[in-house]
Design a protein around this ligand. Structure first.
Ligand SMILES: CC(=O)CC(=O)SCCNC(=O)CCNC(=O)[C@H](O)C(C)(C)COP(=O)(O)OP(=O)(O)OC[C@H]1O[C@@H](n2cnc3c(N)ncnc32)[C@H](O)[C@@H]1OP(=O)(O)O
Length: 428
């Protein structure tokens, strides 16, 4: 006899979020680990929502794109060093820049299926504390020395060490299959879609201005916990204007006569961590907590940027949301016009603009810019890869909760490896 019970799918509530202010890499968090940043974000949630007692939360799901092998299970190590009950299970997940949102989806699925009542999800990343590897040749010598069964054999192996072996293996911000940095991939896509420098700089300036305004009006008051002397995102330049951005020299696509991508319209390397608290409606009700919004749909897609024709723009490395979103809308019977707010992760301004153009080409209603990234996005906050998804979920949920009426928001995140992770949040 089967013990499988018919599942009743439940609504998944977003209760709140917690993140450390994001910092430019090699800046104030240069000596902070992923685990320290994630612990600070987690303790923020534990304190705000009184989650100290055993069993308060079913599990923690989190990840990091750049992870030390000593972190092992980063999520679990974070729980053990936090104020959350040490008997809370936790596991790691990784889908490049889609990690934070994919962690939220993994946690939400368990809540939706009645397998747990509440969970915490998100991620952390630091380019400052990157996991430098030992040179591959040196690694082979050291392994050989470790395997040696006599002192003589060990010394013989170690005698093979050469000065060149001391050069470390540094993780590159590049696609393993092509060896190209993300920015170079984005530059090819930008050209294919005819994205201008002016349009990119305008998007970047708007991102800074809107993030500054959101901080001013207190949007992040209960979403951001101060850390290592920062109270707000360090990358934010409230005075960013199109004129100032236009003065910056291009950094990607320099093989082209008119390169358009600069440090101002690309995200900087960033350190940070972000988490979201999700729960069943029953759990929220028992604790007297009002959900900010509900997570109602999600979709992923991938493009074949290795074998596909990247020059035509359709299969660009960061273009998978151009497929994921139409698929999610078809499944839910919605159009882009049905969304009050649209959050598109700003890896690069050009990639946001190419994604908008691709959606339009696929017959979706053009996104009203007044509804796009209304509190700024990654160009202004910075982009600690695995943290970005949770930052966006928490920010969008809060923005939806500010409205006194039913509202719907879309999330679109491009990820390395040619993937896209997207979701819908609703407030009814
Ligand atoms: C990973 C996934 O799965 C998917 C994704 O999200 S893909 C995205 C992944 N992220 C990346 O690839 C990171 C890309 N960014 C980078 O590599 C680097 O930040 C970069 C090469 C773009 C720039 O690096 P950099 O040159 O060290 O930048 P930085 O020194 O901070 O800025 C250069 C100049 O621009 C200026 N600047 C930057 N932003 C500005 C702004 N908004 N307004 C005015 N000036 C600005 C700086 O002040 C600086 O000026 P000075 O030279 O006079 O000091």
């Amino acid at each position: 006899m089967s013990t499988l019970k018919p599942a009743t799918v439940r609504r998944v509530a977003i209760i709140g979020g917690s993140r450390v202010p994001f910092a430019r890499s090699d800046g104030p968090y240069a000596t902070a680990s992923n685990q320290e940043m994630l612990t600070a974000a987690l303790n923020g949630l534990v304190e705000r929502y009184d989650l100290q007692e055993p069993g308060a939360v079913g599990e923690l799901v989190a990840g990091a794109v750049l992870k030390h092998s000593r972190d092992f299970n980063l999520a679990r190590e974070t729980v053990l060093g936090s104020r959350l009950d040490a008997r809370t299970p936790a596991y790691d997940i990784q889908q490049a820049c889609g990690t934070g949102l994919q962690a939220v989806v993994a946690a939400a699925n368990k809540i939706a299926l009645g397998q747990t009542e509440a969970a915490i999800a998100g991620g952390a990343d630091t380019a400052s504390d990157a996991p430098l590897g030992v040179n591959d040749d040196l690694r082979k010598v050291l392994l050989e020395a470790r395997r040696a069964t006599s002192l003589g054999a060990r010394l013989k192996a170690l005698a093979k060490v050469r000065p060149g072996h001391l050069v470390p293996d540094i993780p590159r911000n590049a696609e393993p299959r092509t060896g190209l940095p993300m920015g170079e991939h984005a530059a090819v896509t930008a050209r294919a879609w005819g994205i201008t420098r002016e349009a990119q700089d305008e998007l970047a300036a708007t991102s800074h201005q809107r993030l500054a305004a959101a901080y001013e009006r207190g949007l992040f008051q209960d979403l951001v916990v101060p850390f290592r002397g920062l109270a707000r995102d360090q990358n934010l330049r409230p005075g960013s204007t199109v004129e100032k951005l236009a003065a910056l020299k291009p950094v990607f696509g320099l093989d082209h006569p008119q390169p358009t991508m600069t440090a101002g319209n690309s995200t900087p390397l960033t350190d940070g961590a972000a988490l979201v608290l999700l729960a069943s409606e029953e759990w929220a009700q028992e604790r007297g907590l009002e959900p900010l919004a509900y997570l109602t749909a999600y979709e992923t897609a991938a493009v074949d940027f290795v074998h596909g024709d990247v020059a035509d723009g359709e299969d660009g490395l960061l273009m998978a949301p151009a497929y994921a979103v139409p698929r999610m809308l078809e499944r839910t019977g919605l159009d882009l016009a049905d969304f009050d707010l649209v959050e598109v992760h700003e890896a690069f301004a050009s990639q946001v603009l190419a994604t908008l153009a691709a959606w339009e080409k696929r017959g979706l209603t053009p996104v009203d810019r007044a509804r796009l990234n209304v509190a700024g996005s990654s160009l202004a906050t910075g982009h600690p890869f695995a943290a970005t998804g949770a930052r966006i979920v928490a920010t969008l949920a809060k923005l939806l909760a500010e409205r006194d009426a039913p509202a719907r928001g879309l999330i679109s995140i491009c990820a390395a490896g040619g993937q896209g992770v997207t979701a819908i949040l609703e407030r009814t």
